[in-house]
Design a binder for this molecule. Structure first.
Ligand code: NDP
Length: 400
């Protein structure tokens, strides 16, 4: 019987919710490209419940224990002698969410002698050393598409929030002010702007589709080109061969590619320096795609008019992380993909993956990142081999 180790974020500071603002969730039939939603045989949670925190347990306990497995759930994942490290030795499966990632470094993978599978309850498996997982022939799987639309909605919100100067204006009201000039002095319309996405995968394409009605000019770069019917006829996109070729044309850039060796620190001082002065940069993909200090410096100098996103490196971000205090930012903790709506989908997706694993049925190809010692499924399409976890031990500084 297997030991399943699940690393989840802490419950709300006032305790696990007893009620929710809404009674139910809209029912979705399929994802926009026709992919089916997760199809576990059953679920043991109420859609719309908080599942991603420790007490929510991704709704897995009943199922796992009924089948004789052990479930260990903890939020204690960083620093010396964390519960994650203590429980790892005999764990067969490790599950965590990118919002509160269990950084599965080579060192941890080597110590976990019984480990067979690492599951991302969400999208983005960069917190696992994929090269080490390949070397150990582990399976790495994620719940492709579960929160792509959640993130796309967040990106649109952040573009509007930055360009229209929403957060500082809100703060003037809370402070008791009526400072219209202070609010207006940094506020513009999005209409007519040049908006570009780095990657037009599930999130990037959804952002483009959602921005189209704002009457902006749309740009993209990606490793694979979109079908002509989408690029030309539906969205009227301008394609660029690389991010470097695209960004000088854009007023707003949104980053929607995975973090892997090809994209690590893609937005460094040089790339940001080649953007239009006063451009806005939105990054909900992964913190490490941007150089931390280059972003903070560009906001201070005015090269960037605003930066927003929800992804940091490491996570949780240390108290002294410069993105907490830099000017003109709209950062949140990593939340865009963990709305209650998204949690329902990824908890069901994790259940589907576990059912397949324990019943010796194949895991859907679209959920696979690493299998049989190589990149597989979605991993083979969208990632490059290697490791992006270096420096993750700094997450322990959050506690200090
Ligand atoms: P997809 O796999 O659908 O899309 C990723 C896209 O990135 C693919 O089109 C891929 O290209 C492209 N890509 C990969 N490398 C490059 C590169 N070097 N330059 C340009 N494009 C590249 O994934 P999603 O859209 O669903 O998610 C994207 C990322 O967003 C995730 O990997 C994750 O890091 C992040 N994310 C963040 C969340 C949050 O809560 N903030 C939640 C969900 C995801 P191709 O396949 O054509 O080679």
């Amino acid at each position: 019987m297997a030991k399943v180790l699940c690393v989840l974020y802490d419950d709300p500071i006032d305790g696990y919710p007893k009620s929710y603002p809404r009674a139910d969730l809209p029912r979705l039939e399929r994802y926009p490209d026709g992919q089916t939603l997760p199809t576990p045989k059953a679920i043991d949670f109420k859609p719309g419940a908080l599942l991603g925190s420790v007490s929510g347990e991704l709704g897995l306990r009943k199922y796992l224990e009924a089948n004789g497995h052990t479930l260990v759930v903890t939020s204690d994942k960083d620093g010396d002698n964390s519960r994650l490290d203590r429980e790892l030795e005999d764990a067969e499966i490790v599950i965590s969410q990118p919002f509160w990632p269990a950084y599965m470094t080579r060192e941890r993978i080597e110590r976990a002698k019984k480990l067979k599978m690492i599951v991302t309850a969400g999208i983005g498996s960069d917190h696992t050393d994929l090269q080490a997982a390949m070397d150990r022939k582990l399976t790495v799987a994620e719940v492709t598409y579960c929160n792509s639309i959640s993130v796309a909605e967040h990106v649109v919100m952040m573009i509007l929030g930055l360009v229209r100067n929403y957060i500082p204006s809100y703060q003037w009201v809370v402070k008791g002010g009526w400072n219209i000039a202070d609010c207006a002095a940094r506020s513009y319309d999005v209409e007519g702007m040049q908006v570009g996405t780095v990657a037009a995968g599930r999130i990037g394409l959804a952002v483009l589709r959602r921005m189209k009605p704002f009457d902006v000019k749309l740009h993209y770069t990606d490793r694979h080109r979109l079908p002509r019917a989408v690029e030309e006829e539906e969205l009227g996109l301008t394609f660029h061969e690389s991010a470097a070729a695209m960004v000088p044309h854009c007023d707003v850039v949104t980053i929607n590619c995975p973090l892997h060796p090809e994209t690590e620190h893609l937005f460094d001082a040089k790339m940001i320096g080649s953007m239009k002065r006063g451009a806005y940069l939105i990054n909900t993909a992964r913190g490490k795609i941007c150089d931390r200090d280059a972003v903070a410096n560009a906001l201070k100098s005015g090269q960037l008019a605003g930066y927003a996103g929800d992804v940091w490196f490491p996570q949780p971000a240390p108290q002294d992380h410069p993105w907490r205090t830099m000017p003109h930012h709209g950062m949140t903790p990593h939340i865009s993909g963990t709305s209650l709506s998204a949690q329902t989908r990824y908890a069901a997706g994790v259940r589907e993956i576990l059912e397949c694993y324990f019943e010796n049925r194949p895991i859907r190809d679209e959920y696979l990142i690493v299998s049989d010692g190589k990149l597989a499924g979605t991993g083979a399409h969208s990632y490059s081999a290697g490791n992006a976890t270096t420096g993750s031990d700094e997450a322990a500084k959050f506690k200090q």
